[in-house]
Design a protein. Structure first.
Length: 131
């Protein structure tokens, strides 16, 4: 957790450059945050619009992601001798899979859907999370 302190205590970004840096750092840990692409969608939308507009929604989104990284739910070491459960989920903008052991995440694999993938059915989007 000490290594995460600079990130989890990061101030709000003041411009696009700072936001890109912060989102890049968050993406490094995205596999440990369930539904990362959906949770961070409001941050991605600023980056894709190339216009920095920071408000309460974006601040809440960022604080939620940082709070999750500080929580005990972040990571568990994989043990081959423990029963594992694979959970998939999808939304219109992203999908993901979580491998759990004893109710705690071992790894999360989130991703943002492409425009083409956003047209898939709910079942197809969830199945896509496994690939």
């Amino acid at each position: 957790m000490k290594r995460l302190a600079p990130l989890t205590n990061a101030p709000s970004p003041k411009n696009l450059t700072e936001l890109r840096s912060l989102v890049g750092a968050l993406q490094y840990y995205s596999r440990f945050i369930p539904n990362f692409s959906c949770r961070a969608n409001c941050l991605f939308s600023i980056l894709t619009s190339n216009s920095f507009k920071w408000g309460e929604e974006q601040e809440s989104c960022l604080r939620s992601l940082l709070k999750f990284l500080r929580s005990d739910a972040v990571l568990r070491t994989y043990s081959p001798s423990v029963h594992s459960v694979l959970i998939t989920d999808a939304s219109p903008v992203g999908n993901g899979a979580v491998l759990e052991q004893e109710g705690r995440p071992v790894i999360c694999v989130p991703r943002k859907l492409t425009i083409t993938e956003q047209g898939y059915s709910q079942t197809q989007r969830e199945a896509l999370a496994v690939f």
